[in-house]
Design a protein around this ligand. Sequence first.
Ligand SMILES: CC(C)=CCC/C(C)=C/CC/C(C)=C/CC/C(C)=C/[C@@H]1[C@@H](COP(=O)(O)OP(=O)(O)O)[C@]1(C)CC/C=C(\C)CC/C=C(\C)CCC=C(C)C
Ligand SMILES: [Mn+2]
Length: 393
Amino acid sequence: MSAVLCVVCPRVHGRDHSLPRNYCTQRRCSSNKLSSKPSFSSGVSAYSRAVANLSRSSEERVYEVVLKQAALVRKHRRESELDLKKPVENDGTTTIDWNRLNEAYEKCREFCADNDSTFYLGTLLMMPELRRAFWAISVWCRRTDELVDGPNATYTTLKDLERWEKRLNDIFEGRPCDVYDVALSDTASKYPIDAQPFKDMIEGMKLDLTKSRYEDFDELYLYCYHVAGTVGLMSVPVIGIAPKSKVSIESVYNAALALGIANQLTNILRDVGEDAIRGRIYLPQDELAQAGLSDDDIFCGKVTDKWRSFMKGQIKRARMFYDEAEKGISELNLASRWAVWSSLLLYRQILDAIEANDYNNFTKRAYVAKAKKLISLPVALGRALKGPSKLAS
Ligand SMILES: CC(C)=CCC/C(C)=C/CC/C(C)=C/CC/C(C)=C/[C@@H]1[C@@H](COP(=O)(O)OP(=O)(O)O)[C@]1(C)CC/C=C(\C)CC/C=C(\C)CCC=C(C)C
Ligand SMILES: [Mn+2]
């Protein structure tokens, strides 16, 4: 075993890199390191914490979130087994306004159908109760993104995002502010979802207000975690892990995280031209330089051989994250596997469309035709019907 440059992150690992994905194994190593460390809450100063954070890779920092989310699931399972967390029964003093709740979810459905048609199609393949939860989560994500990407984004300040975070706390504490929040508040009360990934998404949007370049993939990975990997972490507690699954909860969360990252890398590659118009380049600067490309080449938007070759590498990396995500889908509850497979297959096809456009993502939008989307659905169903892996991880 020799030290080899990682194909995904820019570091050198002492691992057998004949494995298709080494970053995952590397992540496991860091999990060992993390679990043997004293907890940060045990008297370490904020300064040392900041220094410790600087010396850790983005993957290590994100993996720490994964460990915490997995620990929460374990705690929730224990509590349910002990019957400590009985669903709150209505004692007659609280009246649930079912009409208002149904209206709220209906509003979310409309919003999701209008703004995120690919994910909306996926939700239609879920059971009605889960579908509603996903509409509520999806609407919150889209509205959060709109704060920094929507028509009024130029007026959004860090203060606004802080207010948005306070409002999130209210949602989780059962004090919804508007009709869409009513639905998310209800979803948060029904599923063991944690506010952390939602807060982390808001942090990602803060990055969008302050940052328009990413030095290397490590920086970009952290951005992708914030704006998209978080969606994977929000989703697992709603979908649930198959009772027969023998793999660790962490590995399922890792796969969900990978799906979010893969989707975001795909978004980035699809939107290079649109982002450049807004002065944003979500591509690793060091890799652009290695390919002999500069910001000006992106702003000029000329498809050259250098660009094609650079794009091939970026597409390859995005596909690796999809491969990582695939490994976890069969561990999810059967009722949602079809939806997850579909959304993965549909989104991944955008990468094929970029190739079909001869890598012109400056002026041509890569899109997947409706017929192609529909053909993917039975393929997704076939894959979904395969059960959890027999081997424990
Ligand atoms: C084990 C395993 C594989 C589990 C699967 C877990 C799972 C369901 C993961 C979902 C991952 C997912 C769909 C991530 C979305 C990532 C994404 C596209 C984020 C976008 C951010 C910013 O994008 P940008 O501004 O660059 O691009 P636009 O041009 O604006 O699009 C987002 C826009 C954030 C908003 C995200 C959403 C609206 C997506 C919400 C999706 C869900 C809640 C999941 C729906 C899941 C299914 C299966 C249908
Ligand atoms: Mn956006």
